[in-house]
Design a protein. Structure first.
Lengths: 419, 295
């Protein structure tokens, strides 16, 4: 493999050298990302101009589609052939997998200069380190355990915004009687799991969630609490519509926007859809923590892993990129466009809306109280093979009328052992 | 004259030389890659290729996986229904078109047209047609039959039949064209002789014409079975493997494992199993058909 790739690599290097004769010492950053939709694309452009101002060349390497699946396929082939980009959008335990392959660069000097240890919550910072060294720069925090509510619809049905699961079912029942779909849902395995983790967090609490779904403790995966979680989860399905299978999340969100459905359990990227439809947070739609999870927070942190490069100028440009990603200016600009909140702590959030402010407040509080947990559905907690196996089990339980909680718990235990 | 004619030796090596490049390329890029994939299936490859030997562990994992069992069962259901359905429907259309009707050319084009579409388009169109909230169910309910339900697409136990329906719709016209060509190729005197003997038209078709289409059946089944086994785009567009993983096929399973879940060895193992399945079915069939043809 290696032998074959050397020749084209040298040719490419020679070509790059010839092309680079003009601006002799400027570095180039090639960034693999999938920020191709509206607000995200705008943010990526802002990042490019920040770096260009420092004299570096930005080489866009956007691979759209599939929530990054297609991008990962491209990335693998680039890394295997010995020609990695400067940085790629990688998050969660996948960072550790890539680091184990020995292809990621050490960012400790950038982190030290900007004091990342103090500016990031410890839970988040630990996930960005491999053997104590920073290997990735974080850009944002998404909160996953949100319940999006159309207050108009709830008012018409005489229901109130739920804060616990029993209240949720009372509200859902009232909405059903009023002839609207209580919960908008899209039947794709990651959406099924997004609902499942909110139920697990609300019914079982943060400690249970962490033991069962992050540490994958078999005794917690097969326990009375898990049985409650699964029973509640299945009950939620009765309040979704029959046409849900295969529906995309944004179509489900637009059902809430149009008032065809009352609520949706979805991460804070759903806010972008409401705002794009001209709705105001707090007035036309409400964001509340998923039932029973007011004191907990499932996070999804996007980050950029930096790959080992050979060219000095490019390494310098790469470090500039890492520093720029964590800079207060970029964190604010990017997150205003993306709907998430800055991962960097102690920033001024005046420009953000109420949902984001509440998210930021809860983020700080839960990081102190221990209610801050990683999202499994969004690849933050367990390796992708286990994540996929768990999603299979949960989706199968959600969709099948025959699967029982007992059987499903055995399957969860088996899925957790996936190597 | 004599001097410009190729010598005996040259005649001997020239064809080999001409075929050699395609042989080498085919050998490398088909059989070489099959072997490479087979090695991955017994390697410790996870997120990235890894050449460490891991034995049959991936295969044990594969056969223990419930999702793969569902995928294999789905392939059997889909394969039988798709091949059988397309054959029956295609043959029926061909026989009907063979009745020297008016506007045959127009009808033939209409039936053949779905073949011009890609499976992605077919899948997306049928996703809308079969969706209970948009397609057939809603339309019929709109006509007044409010109790009518047709929700196979969202029913995990029946969704695989929807994939077969869309596949048959796509391929039946193509099968029809093959059979029609076969029917037209049959010597008219045989039919006339049968008519003189007083055989009815259905009997002529059933006992004489259809049996003589055996070579057409052979090539049609070959084409359809490879479409069935490598089916990927149709499922992706129609159901994306859902609800849950109820409509997964080995090809979609292989993609999910190798490219999104970081289990390259498991994906490679399922690809190898797919190849072995195809070989187990196709090779004996090919052998018996070709032997009887030679006889």
């Amino acid at each position: 493999m290696r032998k074959f790739s050397l020749t084209p690599l040298h040719a490419a290097a020679a070509l790059a050298w010839v092309c680079a004769l003009g601006p002799a010492f400027a570095g180039e950053v090639e960034v693999l990302h999938w920020w191709t939709s509206g607000g995200e694309a705008k943010a990526a452009k802002a990042l490019a101009s920040t770096l260009q101002a420092k004299g570096d060349t930005w080489k866009d390497f956007a691979v759209a589609g599939g929530g990054g699946d297609s991008a990962m396929t491209v990335l693998k082939s680039r890394v295997v052939s010995g020609n990695p980009p400067s940085a790629a959008q990688i998050k969660g335990p996948s960072l550790q997998d890539w680091a184990k392959e020995g292809v990621l660069a050490n960012l400790d000097d950038v982190a030290k200069a900007d004091n990342w240890d103090a500016n990031l919550p410890k839970t988040i910072a630990d996930g960005l380190k491999f053997k104590g060294h920073y290997i990735a720069a974080p850009v944002n925090v998404h909160r996953v355990n949100w319940l999006w509510v159309n207050p108009e619809v709830l008012k018409k049905a005489g229901a109130k915004t739920p804060t616990t699961w029993p209240e949720f079912f009372a509200t859902a029942e009232a909405l059903k009687k009023a002839g609207v779909i209580p919960l908008a849902h899209g039947g794709q395995s990651w959406q099924d799991f997004t609902v499942f983790e909110s139920v697990a967090l609300g019914v079982g609490g943060a400690d249970f969630y962490r033991r069962a779904l992050v540490q994958l403790d078999p005794a917690s995966l097969k326990s009375a609490t898990m049985k409650d979680v699964l029973t509640t989860f299945k009950k939620v399905k009765d309040y979704t519509d029959r046409n849900a299978p295969g529906r995309d999340w944004n179509l489900a969100t637009s059902m809430v926007i149009r008032g065809e459905a009352g609520m949706q359990l979805m991460g804070d990227w759903a806010k972008g859809e409401f705002i794009a439809a001209g709705k105001t947070p707090g007035k036309d739609f409400q964001c509340v923590p998923a039932p029973g999870t007011a004191k907990a927070y499932t996070y999804n942190v996007d980050s950029f892993a930096m790959f080992q490069l050979k060219n000095e100028a490019n390494i310098k440009a790469q470090k500039n990129l890492a520093a720029a990603l964590m800079s207060p200016a970029f964190q604010e600009l990017f997150n205003l466009n993306k709907g998430s909140i800055p991962v960097r702590q102690n920033l001024n959030l005046d420009k953000f809306d109420n949902c984001a402010k509440e998210s930021a407040k809860d983020f700080v509080e839960t990081s102190k109280s221990g209610g801050l947990v990683p999202s499994i559905a969004h690849g933050m907690a367990v390796p992708s093979a286990i994540e996929g196996a768990l999603k299979d089990v949960v989706s199968n339980y959600w969709n099948s009328d025959k699967a029982t909680p007992e059987q499903t718990m055995d399957r969860l235990v088996a899925a957790a052992k996936t190597k | 004259m004599l001097s410009s004619a190729p010598s005996g030796a040259r005649v001997d090596w020239l064809p080999k030389l001409v075929v050699a490049p395609s042989f080498v390329l085919g050998f490398l890029f088909i059989y070489g890659l099959i072997l490479w994939n087979a090695y991955f299936s017994v390697s410790a490859s996870r997120m990235l290729p890894n050449y460490e030997f891991a034995g049959i562990e991936p295969y044990l994992q594969l056969f223990a996986s419930e999702r793969f069992q569902v995928a294999a069962r789905n392939l059997a259901i889909f394969g039988l229904l798709f091949i059988g359905g397309a054959l029956v429907l295609g043959l029926l259309l061909a026989v009907l078109l063979d009745q020297k009707i008016r506007n045959e050319g127009v009808l033939r084009t209409i039936y053949l047209y779905p073949m011009a579409l890609s499976f992605i388009v077919t899948g997306t169109a049928w996703k809308w047609i079969l969706n209970p909230g948009l397609g057939i169910e809603r339309t019929v309910q709109g006509w007044g039959w409010t109790n009518f339900t047709f929700d196979w697409l969202v029913d995990p136990d029946k969704a695989i039949y929807c994939v077969a329906i869309a596949g048959i719709w796509q391929s039946a016209g193509f099968v029809m064209a093959l059979f029609l060509a076969g029917l037209r190729g049959i010597d008219n005197t045989i039919i006339q002789a049968a008519q003189v003997d007083g055989a009815s038209l259905p009997r002529i078709y059933w006992r004489i014409l259809i049996p003589s289409l055996r070579p057409v059946f052979f090539s049609t089944i070959m084409v359809l079975s490879h479409i069935a086994i490598k089916s990927f785009d149709l499922v992706m567009a129609l159901t994306a493997g859902g609800p849950g993983f109820a409509t997964d096929l080995p090809a979609t399973y292989m993609y999910a494992m190798a490219f999104t879940r970081g289990q390259i060895n498991l994906g490679a193992a399922s690809a190898t199993v797919m190849l072995a399945t195809v070989a187990a079915i196709v090779v004996p069939y090919l052998y018996s058909e070709l032997r009887s043809a030679r006889r």
